[in-house]
Design a protein. Structure first.
Length: 96
């Protein structure tokens, strides 16, 4: 699969999204004050295993960093993405 689609921040729907071949993948969030809670990644089965979830996570984390937000990684996929990409740990809320 060749994918050049862009990830966009759909602020009205509180989600980062991309559409590939008619399939939409999303990462939903709740943004409050100085935090952004990355809550759920939904990638259709046809797009799984092609790095789409990682692209959504990276876009959300880039947005958080550029906005000076602290990330709450509620979504298990985003948590595992951050574990594999330690460069994002500095913006993660570590409050228990």
């Amino acid at each position: 699969m060749t994918d050049t689609s862009k990830v966009v921040n759909n602020r009205d729907a509180n989600r980062f999204e991309t559409e590939i071949g008619g399939e939409r993948a999303v990462l939903s969030y709740v943004e409050t004050g100085s935090t952004i809670d990355l809550q759920h990644t939904d990638v259709p089965p046809a797009l799984e295993g092609h790095g789409v979830g990682g692209r959504l996570a990276a876009a959300a984390l880039e947005y958080a960093r550029a906005s000076g937000k602290t990330v709450i990684p509620t979504c298990p996929f985003v948590r595992s993405y951050i574990e594999r990409h330690p460069e994002w740990r500095s913006i993660v809320d570590v409050t228990p």
